[in-house]
Every structure is written in structure tokens, then in C-alpha cells.
Design a protein around this ligand. Structure first.
Ligand SMILES: Nc1ncnc2c1ncn2[C@@H]1O[C@H](COP(=O)(O)OP(=O)(O)OP(=O)(O)O)[C@@H](O)[C@H]1O
Length: 254
């Protein structure tokens, strides 16, 4: 059994006097995809951000490869080779695609790998190669999401945090993004994925967590969660009797 790469225990965080996370426990094993699903406002983004120290946790611990990173500033967390593609993508809109990717290399430990890494992200997302001199702000939403993931990869991460990669994207583009995440994981990259698209996320993940009001209420394998009544009722489109829920049940059993 592989060891935990990321281990979060008893994490409490919030904004000013507003508590958001009420003692989160979760772990991501080396080489797996873990998914956190939950409704709007459950605290998923806050959890991702608190790994980077903003908001700063008021209690609990975050361990990366057994090292305590709870109180590290964001740049030090990035140097641990934890990369994120944040919600809303946050690419640099006035820079070209290539310049955005070059920004991603700033924290890469092995600068000699630049050409190989660039070739790798262009292979993963060929559309970025054809758009490399285009200003990032003029890309489509799907292309911007691909760029955000590609930029994170240019830093040679060991753990990739993805916050809502399918947000606002058409089904075809969503499938492409999830296929790329699967391919990256098959190459050995560990991924922590936050998603409202529970079906896609849990199909992909070996391990999943349900977050409700800043607490983990359910955890298990992706298959177990897809079969769970709570997930079917609350997070699969149309509820327990919907076609997507039925598809989920069949998919989970396949
Ligand atoms: N910068 C902030 N300042 C104050 N409150 C915030 C801030 N960011 C988030 N919150 C609050 O924290 C709570 C959790 O928000 P968060 O964005 O973490 O949820 P989420 O699960 O990621 O939701 P969504 O899926 O809609 O992005 C919400 O009530 C939100 O209003």
C-alpha cells in the first residue's frame, strides 16, 4: 500500500470571525487521484487555499511527505512541488500562452527539463501549441483551463491541486480535461481534485471525500461514493432516479 503524500488532520480555518473549515481530516496517497466533492460554499476552495497558507489555519496540521508545511508561506509550499490550478484559472491574461508557461517554470527544480516539459504539455494539450503566441486572455474558457493546468505542470509538481477544472465548460471539453488528468496520473502524478461535477470526479478518483459545511461527512473509494445514496441524492444531477445517477451506478459496478 502506498504512503500518504499529503496528510491533513484536524484542520480549522476561516476568514476573520467566519469559521469555514471545522476540523478536516483527509489524506492523499502517492500516485492516486483523490476527489473532494461538495455543494457551493462547502469550503472546498478554502481548503485548497489553506494548504497555501491563505487563509492561515488556526488549528490542525498539514503534512507533505511527512514534513509539516502548515505554517509555510505560499512560495515555500510551491517550492515543496505542490502546484495548483486555482478556481477561476488565474492565468496572466495579457501574457502569451508561452509566457504563461514560462512563468510556471520559475519554481521548477530542474531548469534543464524546460524543453521536455514544454513538449509534454503541448502533447497533452495540442491546442496550446497552436496558440502559443496568442494572449492568454483571448483564449476560450476550455483553453484557459488547459493553460492553467499546463502552467502548473511546468513547475514539475509532485502533487497537483485542481480546483473545479470543469467549471463552466462544455461536456466535450470537460471530457478532454478529465482525460488529461487521467493521463497525468497514469504517468505517476498525484492529484487532489475539487469538483462539483461529482460523477466525473468520482469516476476518475481512487478515493473521494464529501464535504458539507466545512466538514468531511463521507469518504471512501470513488466507486463506493458513486454508489452511496447520499451522493446519488445530493450530488448527481437530477437526484437518485436520474439517468446520470443510473449511469453512475452502472459505471461504478462495471
Ligand atoms: N476571501 C473570503 N473572505 C470571506 N469569506 C470567504 C472568502 N472566501 C470564501 N469565503 C466564504 O467561505 C465559505 C466557503 O467558500 P468556498 O469558496 O471555500 O466554498 P466552495 O466549496 O469552494 O464553493 P464553490 O464550489 O462555490 O466554489 C463561503 O461561505 C464563502 O462566502
Amino acid at each position: 500500500m502506498s504512503k500518504a503524500l499529503l496528510e491533513i488532520s484536524g484542520l480549522v480555518a476561516g476568514y476573520g470571525h467566519l469559521p469555514v473549515l471545522h476540523g478536516i481530516d483527509l489524506s492523499v496517497k502517492e500516485g492516486e487521484i483523490a476527489a473532494i466533492i461538495g455543494a457551493n460554499g462547502a469550503g472546498k476552495t478554502t481548503l485548497m487555499m489553506s494548504i497555501f497558507g491563505n487563509p492561515k489555519p488556526s488549528a490542525g496540521r498539514i503534512l507533505f511527505e511527512g514534513r509539516d508545511i502548515t505554517d509555510l508561506p505560499a512560495h515555500a509550499v510551491a517550492l515543496e512541488r505542490i502546484a495548483q490550478s486555482p478556481e477561476g484559472r488565474r492565468i496572466f491574461p495579457r501574457m502569451t500562452v508561452l509566457e504563461n508557461l514560462q512563468m510556471g517554470t520559475l519554481i521548477a527544480p530542474d531548469k534543464e527539463r524546460y524543453e521536455d516539459d514544454l513538449g509534454h504539455v503541448f502533447e497533452l494539450f495540442p491546442v496550446l501549441a497552436t496558440r502559443k503566441d496568442q494572449r492568454a486572455g483571448t483564449l476560450s474558457g476550455g483553453e484557459q483551463q488547459m493553460l492553467a493546468i499546463a502552467r502548473a505542470l511546468m513547475g514539475q509538481p509532485r502533487l497537483l491541486l485542481l480546483d473545479e477544472p470543469s467549471l463552466g465548460l462544455a461536456p466535450l471539453i470537460t471530457r478532454q480535461i478529465f482525460a488529461a488528468i487521467k493521463a497525468l496520473n497514469e504517468e505517476g502524478l498525484t492529484v487532489l481534485l475539487v469538483e462539483q461535477n461529482a460523477y466525473h470526479a468520482l469516476k476518475l478518483a481512487s478515493c473521494g471525500y464529501v464535504m458539507v459545511n466545512g466538514r468531511i461527512t463521507l469518504s471512501g473509494s470513488g466507486t463506493e461514493l458513486l454508489e452511496s445514496d447520499e451522493v446519488r441524492r445530493s450530488y448527481l444531477e437530477g437526484g437518485a432516479s436520474s439517468p446520470s445517477a443510473d449511469e453512475a451506478k452502472k459505471g461504478a459496478k462495471a
